[in-house]
Design a protein around this ligand. Structure first.
Ligand code: SAM
Length: 264
């Protein structure tokens, strides 16, 4: 998912596949993007498109989607999924390998642009995150819709992020047929708002030695207020700051902050 540590192509490919195993537990955000895409009624840009979990259903619904990611292995899977869908879906999907921070597609070309499911948190600093929202806004046409979705851990979550190892799941990968066991350890640094996340996936068949894959991520947490500020700094008009995918207002206990904004 990133270039934060040396990885072999084999490791990158496995981690992209295992991202989709994580996503077997549906985050539940797709209907929101489909509804906003209908409203936007034009070309869509996704920053941090990953394996195309959201972009491909949007293209399958008839929207032209451009997806950008800096991880070639994630993009490879998105490309393959697009090809497997075939026909119009494949034709409506454009994928670019690029860093969000350096992205310069045609300004004002998109009716909707979004950063889904914590991708913003993978940008290492407040400045990089603010720049990413600016980049997104710059690519929107007047009246275009911007959406950013970030996780809001609560105090209990943060208290658990003290380095202890937590079993996330045992789950079967439908692609390889193998059983995958995922464990993770997180460390929260309150002074920097950074959660350092180490994930280990072990997969194998009964009676054979497991293969182990390691992933390390740094998530810079963003408060709902900060997210609103990023939108306003980018010249966007904030339409909603929601606490979930039904766009219910954010409040105590909300697990997500979802900014929906428009370009004036
Ligand atoms: C949590 S995944 C989300 C993928 C997809 N949007 C989804 O919702 O399933 C985050 C994605 O952002 C990408 N990413 C992280 N930092 C990036 C950057 N600076 N530029 C481009 N892509 C980035 C990662 O490679 C990864 O594919």
């Amino acid at each position: 998912m990133s270039d934060r540590w040396p990885r072999s192509p084999e490791e990158a490919t496995a981690l992209a596949r295992l991202y989709d195993v994580d996503m077997l537990e549906d985050p539940g955000d797709l209907d929101l993007y489909l509804a906003l895409a209908e409203r936007a009624g034009g070309a869509i840009l996704e920053l941090g498109v990953g394996t195309g979990r959201v972009a491909i259903p949007l293209a399958a619904a008839g929207h032209a989607v451009t997806g950008v990611d800096n991880d070639p292995a994630m993009l490879d899977r998105a490309r393959r999924r697009g090809r497997a869908e075939g026909g119009a879906t494949h034709d409506l999907l454009t994928l670019h390998e690029a860093d969000i921070r350096d992205l310069r597609l045609a300004d004002g070309a998109f009716s909707m642009a979004f950063i889904a499911l914590n991708s913003l948190l993978l940008l290492p600093t407040r400045e990089a995150q603010r720049d990413a929202v600016r980049t997104m806004a710059g690519h929107l046409a007047p009246g275009g819709i911007a959406i950013v979705d970030v996780w809001q851990p609560d105090a209990d979550d943060l208290a658990r992020f003290d380095g202890r190892v937590i079993l996330e799941y045992p789950r079967r990968d439908p692609e390889s047929g193998r059983l995958v066991v995922k464990v993770a350890s997180a460390l929260h640094d309150a002074s920097t708002q950074i959660v350092s996340l180490t994930t280990i996936y072990e997969e194998g068949d009964p009676g054979t030695p497991p293969v182990r894959w390691l992933r390390q991520d740094r998530l810079r947490l963003v408060s709902a207020d900060e997210l609103r500020g990023f939108g306003e700094d980018a010249g966007l008009e904030v339409e909603a700051l929601a606490g979930g995918y039904d766009l219910e207002p954010i409040g105590p206990g909300s697990e997500r902050a979802i900014l929906v904004a428009t370009k004036g």
